[in-house]
Design a protein around this ligand. Structure first.
Ligand SMILES: [Zn+2]
Ligand SMILES: [Zn+2]
Length: 483
């Protein structure tokens, strides 16, 4: 495959392309959508003062506590004496999915990641139902989410799971956050979308209407259940949608596997996917954020992906972005390799060849004569003293090789030993014979640094492929001196 690396003649930096006023700051600008309009970046923020018994209430974001905890609690109490009609129940579930999709397909995949494009009617629909989930405006939400992707797990991540599971779930909203701390992101594209700008400007009206009034009207005009529509379709549905989508920030960074990268916290899990309308394949998502899918397998649960696909068939969505399967598989293989390296580093592969002492042939024979169980195979000396009684081929056979060059015997002359036998033998190696064919060649190549026949793992250990042990000789040789 052709490489896309620039050729060596190109300069990495070309002055004519460098802008004179290059911005280097990474903190939030005052023009970016912060949570509080009264925020003044020049005054010290409450989060700059440590929390004490006297000032703790100043650290609490009381508006969010009311919206996320207070009103849902009120709804739960009201539900005790509000009978649930089945039509209201069906509508509540339906509206739950619609408002949930507003967040996952709208706020998240369309606006935060631009993983596809949507026509005006679809954008208006998503901005409305997304508003009905009561999770802030698109503009504010997408800004924080882009910071989350850019600064995952760091202090600039608005909902870093490193600060605790509950913090990443909703603690970050219940407590005041210093807007200067949140990493800076570019939302210029969102400022150019009139739907986003309109929704941000009229956010309170959108929230009140789509969150509470609209579901109440549907149940009221539809089948006369005004109170049920308000309590179930409004308040409790908001509560469930919020808790479900908050799981993307908490559960998806805490539960499951990491098939693509394990340096950060995002994880893949089917439970998170079920809870979050398909946002549970979060390890994949953080690696390939501009892919309109979260689940890449057909059998994985991702109703958000399915919805976007259906909208495409209806002509409402287009330019669905998808990473090349080749790139996805590369990431997966690299992560598998990393796991494999970790596993192999825990195993005993014997003393590395280049760390073995060099032994004279006479010393080798002398020691063997005096009772040390030394056997030379392919120029490597092995001490098999403790193994004699365990030798599957019997004591006599292994003893017959002691003090000798057993290369041919070991490699089919007497018995063609298995790969496992070569592996086991390597754990017994104690030295290399001076002039010991294979090993000498290998060690010389080492010194001259031109051995390209093997690769090393992440720990710098030589990787021995099955059947490639140094003691394995493809063609049986008569003596070690033959080379
Ligand atoms: Zn995340
Ligand atoms: Zn995302």
């Amino acid at each position: 495959m052709p490489s896309h690396q620039p050729a060596s003649g190109f300069a990495a930096k070309d002055p004519q392309y460098l802008s004179p006023e290059k911005t280097t700051g990474v903190m939030a600008k005052s023009s970016e959508p912060n949570r509080s309009r009264t925020y003044d970046p020049r005054k010290p923020h409450i989060t700059d003062t440590p929390m004490t018994k006297a000032n703790w209430y100043k650290h609490v974001n009381w508006l969010n506590v009311t919206l996320i905890v207070g009103i849902p609690l009120y709804g739960c109490v009201q539900a005790i004496w509000t009978p649930l009609q089945w039509k209201t129940a069906v509508w509540t579930i339906l509206y739950y999915f619609m408002t949930g999709l507003g967040i996952t397909a709208g706020y998240h995949r369309l606006w935060a990641h631009t993983s596809y494009s949507a026509t005006l009617p679809l954008r208006i629909f998503l901005a409305l139902v997304g508003g009905g989930a009561v999770e802030g405006s698109v503009r504010w939400w997408a800004r924080d989410h882009r910071a989350h992707h850019r600064y995952t797990d760091t202090d600039k991540d608005p909902y870093s799971v490193r600060k605790g599971l509950l913090y990443s779930h909703f603690g970050w909203m219940l407590m005041k956050q210093n807007p200067k701390r949140i990493g800076r992101t570019d939302i210029s594209d969102l400022n150019e979308d009139p739907v986003v700008v309109w929704q941000h400007r009229h956010y309170l009206k959108v929230v009140l209407f789509m969150g509470l009034i609209f579901p109440t009207l549907v149940c009221g005009f539809g089948w006369g259940d005004w109170l049920g529509g308000f309590i179930y379709g409004g308040i409790l549905r908001i509560f469930f949608v919020q808790q479900a989508t908050f799981c993307v920030n908490s559960l998806a960074h805490w539960l499951g596997d990491q098939p693509f990268d394990d340096r950060n916290s995002p994880r893949d899990h089917v439970i998170t996917a079920i809870v979050t309308l398909g946002e549970g394949y979060h390890n994949f998502h953080h690696e390939f954020p501009s892919d309109y899918r979260n689940a890449i397998e057909w059998h994985q649960y991702d109703p958000t992906k399915w919805s976007i696909w259906v909208w495409k068939q209806m002509g409402l969505a287009f330019d669905l972005k998808q990473f090349k399967q080749n790139e996805i598989e590369k990431g997966r293989v690299q992560q598998m390799q990393k796991k494999l390296d970790q596993k192999r580093s825990k195993l005993d592969w014997g003393v590395p060849l280049d760390a073995l002492p060099v032994m004279e042939w006479d010393d080798f024979q002398d020691q063997a004569k005096n009772g040390r169980g030394l056997i030379a195979v392919a120029g490597v000396v092995h001490d098999v003293t403790d193994f004699i009684k365990h030798h599957p081929g019997g004591k006599a056979m292994i003893k017959s090789g002691m003090g000798k060059d057993a290369t041919a015997m070991f490699n089919g002359g007497v018995y063609m030993h298995s790969n496992a036998a070569h592996n086991l033998l390597s754990t017994m190696r104690v030295g290399v014979i001076r002039g010991g064919c294979e090993v000498e060649i290998w060690k010389r190549a080492q010194r001259e640094n031109k051995d390209v026949q093997y690769v090393k793992d992440a720990q710098g250990q030589r990787i021995i492929r099955a059947g490639n042990q140094v003691t394995k000789i493809s063609e049986p040789v008569a003596t070690a001196g033959a080379a």
